[in-house]
Design a protein around this ligand. Structure first.
Ligand code: TRP
Ligand code: SF4
Length: 405
């Protein structure tokens, strides 16, 4: 596990098979950074694939495997992150059922992606229960780990927003723990007498005199307690404020800049548009694809000046080229000083060079199925340990723990 900054990151990706450069620049690069800064959970959302493609599930297995291999080849590491497959952590589904009890239908119907997708994917019959509930399944994916932050694209922000609303409703309904005071006192007892006295003093100042300073101080003091569990800290804070307890954590979206790398035709890079460069793309094919990319239509002849901002090749340069090379493109294009093939050459070379080590690792990983399997088994176990704690807590407040004397 990476250095704990108090942030817990959860993100998932549908199993779309081998990744392309759009995935790499839009999500994976960000995940690689996050796994060095915070505790991270990354999973293959295979149940989510079924919410739309339940009619052809045959390729989910192979697509999952290819995607995980590409993740690992890019540098996602089982020693830094918890990497797993959603369906191997059944607690996601259990929490989904429980959250479904308190989620108004209207909240799901008004999620903007709901009507959009039904229209966009009109060739699929999406008048299903699973499809309507899919943002709530996503809520369960996030909340089961008590995630604080969820890196997603712009299109997923509404789903994180739904998660926040569901969490608020849940905490409101069930956060009034009958024995909160007793449990807070127990937790306080474990902190030692000096801290307990400090806590009581500050609590009086806060509750009787409304001193904001006391609230700031107690948060700092509890933050420093190494052995305090997240739950106990929450109980102590709730008791301090004299409010209900937050059982589930409200997650925040970390929006990744939308598609920094457009596809070969300038639209969003996506398999369904046929405009991708796969991470596994052969160098010859990369060369071929970039050489045949459309450019600024104004440049019919080599002598016609062009405008880089109207050219998808320039968008690639912005990701792959240093400032001096960008300046070379801008000037060369606007003054017709360079030809388009000449302009494309350094991009082709940069992409091939970037993908070379990744492709080598893909070959290694393909030859090492036991490593991939072990990663996923271990990932699911680690994930389940955390997920079960949340579920226990949820079951408890819902009267489902069924522990009788
Ligand atoms: N719904 C996301 C997508 O289609 C994938 C996803 C599922 C996800 N569960 C998640 C993303 C939880 C972030 C957190 O891209
Ligand atoms: Fe595009 Fe480069 Fe040609 Fe300009 S010179 S149109 S940026 S490929």
């Amino acid at each position: 596990m990476a250095a704990d900054s108090g942030r817990r990151i959860v993100s998932g990706m549908r199993p779309t098979g081998a990744l392309h450069l759009g995935h790499y620049h839009g999500a994976i690069k960000n995940w690689l950074q996050l796994q060095t800064e915070a505790e991270c959970f990354f999973f293959v959302a295979d149940w989510h694939a079924l919410t739309t493609h339940y009619e052809d599930p045959a390729h989910i297995g192979a697509d999952t495997r290819a995607m995980v291999i590409d993740w690992l080849a890019c540098g996602l590491s089982p020693s830094l992150s918890t990497i797993f497959i959603q369906s191997q952590v059944p607690e996601h589904a259990q929490l989904h059922v429980l959250l479904s009890m308190i989620t108004p239908l209207s909240w799901l119907e008004r999620v903007p992606t709901y009507k959009d997708q039904i229209q966009r994917l009109h060739h699929l019959d999406l008048a299903t229960y699973g499809f309507l509930g899919y943002p709530l399944l996503q809520t369960a994916d996030i909340v089961i780990y008590q995630a604080t932050h969820v890196p997603v694209g712009e299109d997923q922000v509404a789903h994180v927003e739904l998660s926040r609303e569901v969490v608020r409703r849940f905490n409101h309904l069930y956060g009034r723990e009958a024995d909160l005071e007793a449990k807070a006192a127990e937790a306080l007892g474990r902190l030692g007498r000096r801290t307990a006295r400090l806590y009581e003093g500050l609590r009086r100042r806060y509750q009787e005199h409304g001193e904001e300073q006391a609230w700031t101080e107690i948060q700092e003091i509890l933050e420093e307690q190494q052995h305090l569990t997240m739950l106990d800290r929450e109980r102590l804070l709730a008791n301090f404020e004299g409010r209900g307890r937050r059982i589930l954590v409200e997650p925040e979206a970390l929006v990744t800049e939308q598609s920094r790398l457009p596809g070969l035709d300038g639209q969003k890079m996506s398999k369904s548009y046929g405009n991708t460069i796969a991470l596994r793309e052969h160098p010859d094919s990369i060369t071929q694809k970039v050489r045949t990319m459309p450019t600024d239509p104004a440049r019919v002849h080599r002598s016609d000046p062009g405008e880089p901002t109207k050219c998808p090749v320039y968008a690639l340069h912005r990701v792959y080229s240093a400032p001096s090379q960008l300046a070379w493109v801008e000037q060369g294009c606007r003054q017709a000083g360079i030809g388009c093939l000449e302009c494309k050459k350094p991009v082709i070379e940069a992409i091939i060079a970037q993908l070379k080590p990744i492709q080598e690792r893909i070959v290694e990983l393909e030859a090492e199925p036991s490593f991939v399997n072990a990663t996923l088994t271990q990932g699911a176990e680690q994930a389940r340990d955390i997920a079960r704690d949340t579920l226990d807590e949820v079951n408890e407040v819902l009267g489902l723990s069924h522990r009788w004397p």
